[in-house]
Design a protein around this ligand. Structure first.
Ligand code: SF4
Length: 78
């Protein structure tokens, strides 16, 4: 996954292998989801995104190709 939200969601999926499950690193998102009635400017995920930078707070990311996938993020990937 290239989008930080998708990476956080997938990090919450339990693994069927107990050894791998013990090593699994979860990405815990802090804060509350924004109100859909008053979404924040820029990227609507920026208040909770661990990768957010200044541009995320003002410019909505457009779909772009990253690692052969379409993702709406200014800083896709790792
Ligand atoms: S655009 Fe910025 S805030 Fe939005 S998901 Fe990407 S890094 Fe996070």
């Amino acid at each position: 996954p290239q989008h930080p939200y998708t990476r956080a969601l997938l990090s919450a999926v339990p693994l069927p292998d107990p050894a791998a499950e013990r090593r699994r690193e979860r990405i815990v998102l802090l804060g509350d989801p924004p109100s859909p009635a008053a979404p924040p400017p820029g990227c609507t995920f920026h208040p909770r995104c661990p990768k957010a930078r200044d541009i995320c707070r003002t410019e909505r990311p457009l779909l772009q190709l990253a690692a052969s996938r379409e993702v709406a993020c200014h800083f896709p990937g790792d």
